[in-house]
Design a protein around this ligand. Structure first.
Ligand code: DUC
Ligand code: ZN
Ligand code: ZN
Ligand code: ZN
Length: 477
């Protein structure tokens, strides 16, 4: 199958150009001046389909480097399966996800990796890779790290919170970092001081403060800043590269910026919820159905932060200065009925997570509309840098000859209304983004040369998406 995408504005991280894009089979064959001929042939006469992209952006497919499809967590399981979650991703212009293999304390990592491969095999609408979660790091996990790198799993997530579930102590963290420093892999860190949070949670509950709002109050920015600083120091000690996930506190960004100014390999992502939503939104949330438990819809960790402290504004700034390099979703959806409502009488029993995989490209495009970031920066944050950070650049994250034909035609004059009864393909009984009106629209999505979404219609099939082995990070200095 040969496709010519004609007349659009090709947007890469490096800039924009009006160009035609020729996809041959699964691969981008050429990026050409509009109307070019190839070796004397009229290209239009020699392709199977021509797609007119005049007035539209032609961008590399989005890469969401942080998702949790069907993750067992909080006494339940994230409600999107690999099938439903990746189909929603496709609708939103995301053509690759990197999901997390979960190891709980005591489980064998390689068994878990094989289990996750089984869960995803034949299910996905878009291509996928894996990170590995290491919990309560044991020596057997350290040898398994080397084996996983050969399988294309080159990044390992550790937790400084969730004692008894995920948490590793500082000695265990240093051991894993030493190994990463030797084998070239990337340590990802959930940076929140878990024992401080556990204490505050207990104290709030003892005072009868049980509503979702207290989830955020019990995870203050000081707990994020402290853990971020500690993680940076431990990485400094060991020489391991470090990537802080889901940053929401401006003080954490300042720690990351200082480390980067010192030349340390420290990187970080933030997520749409930390750019647009606040603790006050959560406190003010109420509905006839749920009352003030409505706020459970936005219970995630790290939590939403106060807008009076200016965190959201600081996240946009960090994205401009490159102190934050990646935007992922931390897509971890749960339904209100039967899942979030486990915490009706106790906020600490609400499964943590928000689902956004479908809306990341649209939501971050609003940053372009609002003048917070440039058009190429949008592509860099949502596709190009995730590809480089996680070792798939060249195949993914760029429109250039030889890259996979993962291409999105985005219409800046289109419009997208987000809501449960409107744009919603995720397997959730609510939308965390209900009522958001987006200037822009994902028109057509190609995954390795196949058109899988066109005008909101899904044209792909379950199992189209393939596992990609990742190399070591291409972003280290
Ligand atoms: N945070 C969440 O909100 N959900 C999954 C795990 C995490 O760290
Ligand atoms: Zn986390
Ligand atoms: Zn996560
Ligand atoms: Zn459209």
């Amino acid at each position: 199958m040969k496709t010519l995408i004609k007349g659009g504005t090709v947007v890469n991280a490096t800039g924009t150009a009006t160009a035609d894009v020729l996809i041959d089979g699964e691969t981008i064959a050429a990026v050409l001046a509009p109307g070019s001929t190839l070796l004397g042939f009229d290209i239009e006469q020699n392709v199977d389909q021509v797609v007119d992209a005049t007035g539209k952006y032609v961008i590399p497919g989005g890469i969401d480097a942080h998702t949790h499809m069907q993750m067992p967590f909080g006494g339940t399981e994230a409600s999107d399966t690999f099938e439903t979650g990746t189909r929603a991703a496709a609708h939103g212009g995301t053509t690759s996800i990197i999901d997390f293999v979960v190891q709980y304390a005591g489980e064998n990592i390689l068994d878990q990796y094989n289990l996750w491969q089984e869960k995803a095999a034949g299910q996905c609408a878009v291509d996928y890779g894996f990170h590995q979660i290491l919990s309560d790091v044991q020596d057997s996990s350290l040898t398994a790290m080397d084996e996983l790198i050969n399988e294309g799993v080159t990044s390992f997530k550790l937790f400084m919170a969730y004692k008894g579930v995920f948490l590793s102590d500082d000695g265990q963290i240093v051991k894993a970092m030493q190994r990463a420093s030797d084998n070239g892999s990337l340590i990802m860190m959930h940076a929140e001081n878990g024992s401080v949070i556990d204490l505050l949670v207990k104290q709030h509950l003892e005072r009868g403060e049980t509503t979702p709002y207290y989830h955020g109050v019990s995870r203050p920015w000081q707990a994020e800043e402290e853990a971020t600083h500690r993680a940076i120091m431990l990485a400094n000690l060991t020489g391991a590269p470090l990537y802080i996930v889901h940053v929401s506190a401006k003080q954490a960004v300042e720690q990351i910026a200082a480390a980067r100014d010192n030349g340390q390999n420290v990187f970080a992502e933030t997520c749409p919820q930390y750019l647009y939503l606040s603790l006050e939104d959560q406190l003010g949330a109420s509905s006839p159905e749920w009352g003030e438990f409505e706020g459970a819809k936005w219970v995630c960790s790290t939590p939403l932060r106060s807008k009076h402290e200016g965190h959201q504004h600081h996240m946009w700034q960090g994205l401009r200065t490159n102190d934050l390099q990646v935007i992922s979703t931390d897509h971890c959806p749960f339904c209100m009925k039967g899942q979030k409502d486990m915490g009706l009488a106790d906020f600490s029993k609400i499964p943590n997570g928000i689902g956004s995989v479908e809306h990341r490209m649209d939501l971050i495009y609003q940053g372009v509309v609002m003048g917070e970031i440039t058009l190429p920066r949008w592509v860099e944050l949502t596709s190009t840098t995730p590809a480089r950070m996680f070792g798939v650049y060249g195949k993914k994250g760029v429109i250039q000859p030889g890259a996979d034909g993962d291409v999105v035609i985005y219409d800046p004059n289109g419009h997208t209304s987000i809501g449960l009864e409107k744009t919603h393909h995720m397997n959730m009984d609510y939308s965390a983004w209900e009522g958001y009106e987006i200037d822009g629209h994902v028109d057509t999505v190609f995954s390795r040369g196949r058109m899988i979404v066109d005008d909101d219609a899904y044209l792909g099939r379950k199992g189209d998406g393939a596992y990609f082995k990742r190399g070591l990070s291409q972003y280290l200095i």
